[in-house]
Write a protein that binds this ligand. Structure first.
Ligand SMILES: [Zn+2]
Length: 263
């Protein structure tokens, strides 16, 4: 699922391919991709405009339209933007198609869990969705305050988009691994040293992945994400990794290297 580094990579991709081009046509190729909007509402807001500015908040992308309002874009589980020149190159799972004078931008989304819509401003969208601050904008004091006011498994707090926006299942596993913290550790049991390491490691892994354009195979071999599947071994100690269900997703961690907090 696209998390902050992937969405930042998509933002840069759209910046490099699709800005300041008049949008001749904006068409929902599947009506559900714009829910709860009507396809006509989104098309009318977009057609005749151009994307003039991009902005990312957590896993959400916003594109300012030259005639006012912003397009909102959430990538769901499997979505990605694809720019192409000829309609014969349209990707098979195109769900929303922007047509410029020369070229097209498609929202390819095989699982159809993404969303495209319109809003008055990114601030308005963030407020309505009750999203927390973008995780990369947090100071250490902000981050520690959020953790101190939370209860429950540390990983669930990191993934809660209402508390901080941008981290999902994969990068929370990596940051916890690098911090030596068990994903199930109650957040209220973390010491100051734990929270300090976690703050720095969340930022480090997100930034490193942005540098590698969200391509997990390009991350260092010492990262958990290079070994995160059943039967794999911990890149630090060589022990067996454990997979446990947490918050409806599967968490991977090393029971030897990751402790339940309090250090
Ligand atoms: Zn280990």
């Amino acid at each position: 699922m696209p998390e902050l580094p992937e969405v930042e990579t998509y933002r840069r991709y759209i910046e490099s391919t699709s800005m300041h081009r008049p949008i001749v046509r904006a068409e929902a190729r599947h009506p559900l991709i714009v829910r709860p909007f009507q396809a006509r509402t989104v098309s009318t807001a977009v057609e005749g405009s151009a994307f003039v500015r991009s902005y990312r908040h957590g896993k959400n992308l916003f594109l300012e339209l030259s005639r006012g309002r912003w397009l909102t874009w959430h990538f769901g589980m499997s979505g990605e933007p694809v720019f192409f020149e000829r309609m014969s190159d349209e990707p098979p799972y195109d769900r929303f198609l922007f047509t410029f004078e020369n070229g097209h931008l498609a929202f390819s989304d095989p699982r159809m869990l993404g969303r495209i819509g319109v809003t008055a401003s990114p601030e308005e969208y963030v407020r309505k969705k009750k999203l927390g601050p973008d995780v990369l904008t947090l100071t250490k004091a902000d981050f520690m305050r959020i953790l101190e006011r939370s209860r429950g498994a540390t990983k669930k707090v990191l993934m809660d988009q209402h508390k901080m926006a941008g981290v999902g299942n994969l990068y929370s596993d990596e940051a916890l691994f690098q911090s030596g913290i068990d994903p199930r550790a109650p957040v209220q049991c973390l010491g100051g040293g734990d929270m300090d390491r976690l703050y720095h490691n969340v930022r480090k892994v997100l930034r490193r992945s942005i540098e590698r354009r969200g391509d997990l195979s390009q991350l260092p071999r010492t990262y958990l994400l290079r070994h995160r599947s059943r039967g794999e071994r911990c890149p630090k100690c060589g022990g067996d990794l454990l997979a446990v269900p947490l918050g409806g997703r599967t968490s991977y961690f090393c029971p030897h290297c990751q402790r339940e907090g309090g250090t």
